[in-house]
Design a protein around this ligand. Structure first.
Ligand code: NAD
Length: 738
């Protein structure tokens, strides 16, 4: 057979071709135009060669494949937008053909007349799992490395290469819809139980098991191409179907509030596709896919949740010319709530940690947190006793600062008190090697002011975690006035090492994330004061796409913390810096009713003993005269939340606190779940256009106050018809270089 760049093909004495996918220069196989062309040639060659009985496809890498290269899709959408200006019909045709390219190639494989078996040796995602589903046999290795999913819905599209058709023809429709609309990840066991794979084999028997299927006479015909094929869940128009489809629509609506067009399209594809023969079904899927690719949601989600996220994770903001840091030791000061979590995630990345507190007992208590988290993972089958032992052996809990000797980085998480922080900075710097980096996890004290405690402010930086540290994927890196490039590089290397996403933020009160979160909570307080019933506040926020209602979120972070922040703001900036009505509300909650939040079981919600669920505190109704819910405009309530946060994000860009729109967008989704379908706080503005956004904000401002004042930056962008990604083009440097 011909030489391929991405595949090797070896035919054994039984006439079985082993097609091994191993794209050069990549850590993971992904579908590119070249890969597709080569695969097409291979499918044709296998079909046309009488000496070949069948083919096994596998990967030469650790993983099978990550699926399609979405940057390719992004480029195609760019070309489409350009062509649409000139020739809309030709543009749509191009998009439609592009949308079907993979789908019809997989169809060609499954109708080629030769049996194909997919031997899944590692992660197998998206288009690669759809390729596997088109194979007549599927075997997965019995390994933790093997995970299968059709996760497209998470980036605003859906499995458009037959996924919406083959899955509900292989498994019962309820499980199929659940898997497709959530992008659920499957273990080999689960995939087999669902009927999506045929066999699970020991890793070293994988290829042999796959070949044996062919030797044993695997039929090169899929069940749905056989005469008399019956759907696993019965016909759509049947009693079973009547029990399934209407509730499925309701469940999807409950989960997504109709914010995700791709999820809705999956349901339509499956429903309509199951009524017709397979080729027609694929064409239905292709049509919906063409439609979904043109949605704002797809464009924004692909950009933020795939492209930008990947770029930031790879260290897009890391200054060049500085050697990567290999961490031999990291110090963590303060073994409290945050410090204990930071020690855990650091040790989990295999880095030795010195965890320091005021005395041995406090330090040990911090280390015990890691033990508890590992026990939880073991219980869920995600770690072994050996992993736990190894992780704990990496953490040295001690009150002795001398142990910081040789640390590349020290992260401080002691009390939020400048004097305490000064003391520990001095003690650490006395021991830390020259050239090492000191980072503070402060949430409210400016980094530049803390850096005055340091002998080497250029090596002083903020590394701001969110709680719970082990779950939250975002970390803000805060640049003080004097912070140097080396400290930034070390901080980014560290955040990457612990597998979190870094965003770089300049020093300001509240940094980026907390400024936005405060706006979200504050808008809810305003609504309460206006007499909007609390359930409507929480539900409107969720309908807008926020994962947690603002009152529930305030309870999580504690209402007395909100009170402390307001008091501090008044001390620092004067009474006019806070809304006194909101201050009164918070004071009433804390001082009059003793409602501090989840931590004392009483906040905006009541927290009864499990298994009872939390519910809004009935007393909220008595605080303010209640408006008639039927007279409230829910759309406007939803807009108020998203607009107030987006405006704050725009102000942050205007002030130069965040400089790269990718960071503002990704940060807003990872840190507080800003309506992911929008692509993030700035993409929300870009998605509707600056002009429309300014009009909306001004309309809300006329009714709801100065929080909706539009920054000059946005007015200027509206006048010029600019987007954030044009005004603050993150790729400007690269374009210039090219
Ligand atoms: P915490 O009170 O739970 O922990 C602070 C720890 O520091 C305690 O264990 C205390 O014994 C220890 N400590 C105090 N003085 C010390 C000293 N001189 N030497 C060594 N250890 C000392 O507080 P926390 O919530 O973990 O917050 C720690 C830092 O993280 C603060 O700066 C806070 O602003 C910041 N932060 C907190 C959160 C959060 O959600 N709690 C989020 C982001 C950042």
């Amino acid at each position: 057979m011909t030489d391929y760049k991405n595949f090797t093909v070896e035919t054994d004495s039984d006439g079985i071709a082993l097609v091994t996918w191993d794209s050069p220069g990549r850590s993971m196989n992904v579908f590119t135009e070249e890969v597709m062309n080569e695969l097409e040639a291979i499918i044709e060659a296998v079909a046309g060669d009488e000496a070949i009985k069948g083919a096994v496809i596998t990967s030469g890498k650790d993983s099978f494949s990550g699926g399609a290269d979405l940057t390719m899709l992004q480029k195609m959408l760019g070309l489409f937008a350009e062509e649409k200006q000139k020739n809309p019909d030709a543009a749509i045709k191009m998009l439609f053909d592009g949308a079907g390219r993979m789908s019809w190639l997989w169809r060609k494989l499954e109708t080629s007349g030769k049996p194909w078996v997919s031997a899944i040796n590692g992660t197998c995602m998206g288009g690669a799992f759809e390729l596997s589903l088109a194979c007549h046999g599927r075997v997965a290795a019995d390994s933790d490395k093997v995970r299968m999913a059709l996760p497209e819905v998470k980036v605003g599209i859906f499995p458009g290469a037959g996924g919406t058709q083959r899955v509900p023809r292989l498994t019962d429709p309820q499980q199929a819809l659940q898997m497709l609309t959530t992008g659920q990840t499957l273990t080999p066991k689960k995939a087999k139980q669902m009927g999506l794979i045929h066999e699970i084999a020991a890793p070293d028997q994988l290829i042999e098991t796959a070949k044996k299927m062919i030797r044993d006479g695997l039929k090169p015909v899929q069940p749905w191409d056989e005469k008399g094929f019956k759907l696993p869940g019965g016909p759509v128009y049947s009693a079973a179907g009547a029990n399934l489809w209407p509730p499925a629509i309701a469940i999807l609506r409950r989960e997504t509030y109709g914010n995700y067009p791709a999820a809705t399209a999956i349901l339509k594809c499956a429903y309509e596709g199951l009524l017709v023969p397979f080729d027609t079904a694929l064409r239905i899927e292709q049509r919906y896919f063409t439609e979904i690719m043109q949605t704002t949601e797809a464009k924004m989600m692909i950009r933020s949740l795939f492209v930008s996220l990947q770029e930031l994770n790879k260290g897009a903001r890391r200054p060049g010319g500085i050697a990567p840091t290999k961490f031999s030791k990291v110090g963590v000061l303060g073994a409290g709530f945050m410090g204990a979590g930071i020690a855990f995630v650091t040790a989990k990345a295999g880095i030795p940690v010195v965890l320091i507190d005021r005395d041995q007992e406090a330090a040990d208590k911090g280390k015990a947190h890691s033990e508890k988290l590992m026990d939880g993972l073991i219980k869920k089958g995600r770690a072994t006793a050996e992993d736990k032992e190894k992780l704990l052996s990496l953490i040295t809990a001690t009150p002795d600062y001398g142990k910081l000797d040789g640390a590349d980085l020290v992260v401080e998480a002691v009390f939020e008190d400048s004097e305490v922080k000064k003391g520990v900075t001095e003690k650490s710097e006395a021991v830390m090697p020259e050239g090492s980096t000191f980072a503070s996890n402060t949430s409210t004290i400016p980094i530049s002011s803390l850096a005055t405690n340091s002998k080497r402010p250029e090596q002083f930086i903020g590394i701001h975690f969110f709680s719970p540290v082990d779950k939250m994927m975002l970390v803000e890196i805060i640049m003080g006035e004097k912070t140097g490039d080396k400290a930034l590089a070390v901080a980014i290397d560290y955040v990457r090492a612990i597998k979190k996403t870094p965003i770089v933020v300049n020093d300001t009160r509240g940094f980026y994330v907390n400024r936005c979160v405060l706006r979200y909570m504050s808008e809810a307080f305003k609504m309460l004061i206006e007499g909007v019933p609390a359930p409507m506040i929480e539900n409107a926020a969720k309908m807008a796409g926020m994962p947690v209602g603002p009152l529930a979120l305030t309870d999580e972070t504690a209402i007395d913390l909100a009170q402390k922040i307001m008091k501090q703001t008044i001390r620092d900036l004067g009474e006019e810096a806070v809304d006194l009505k909101q201050f009164e509300l918070i004071n009433t909650m804390v001082d009059t009713h003793g409602r501090l939040g989840r931590k004392n079981g009483k906040g905006f919600y009541d927290y009864p003993e499990k298994p009872a669920k939390k519910h809004l505190w009935p007393g909220l109704k008595d605080l303010y005269e209640q408006q008639d819910p039927d007279k409230l405009d829910v759309t406007e309530l939803k807009q108020r939340f998203l607009v107030t946060i987006a405006l704050e994000a725009a102000r942050v860009m205007e002030e130069g606190i965040v400089t790269d729109p990718r960071e503002a967008d990704v940060g807003s989704i990872l840190a507080f779940g800003f309506a992911p379908y929008t692509g993030g706080a700035l993409s929300y503005i870009d998605g509707m256009g600056a002009k429309a956004f300014v009009e909306l904000a001004e309309r809300l401002g006329a009714k709801y106050g100065k929080e909706f004042d539009v920054p000059a930056l946005l007015k200027d962008m509206a006048a010029k018809g600019e987007s954030f990604y044009q005004r603050f083009d993150p790729y400007a440097g690269e374009k210039q270089a090219a």
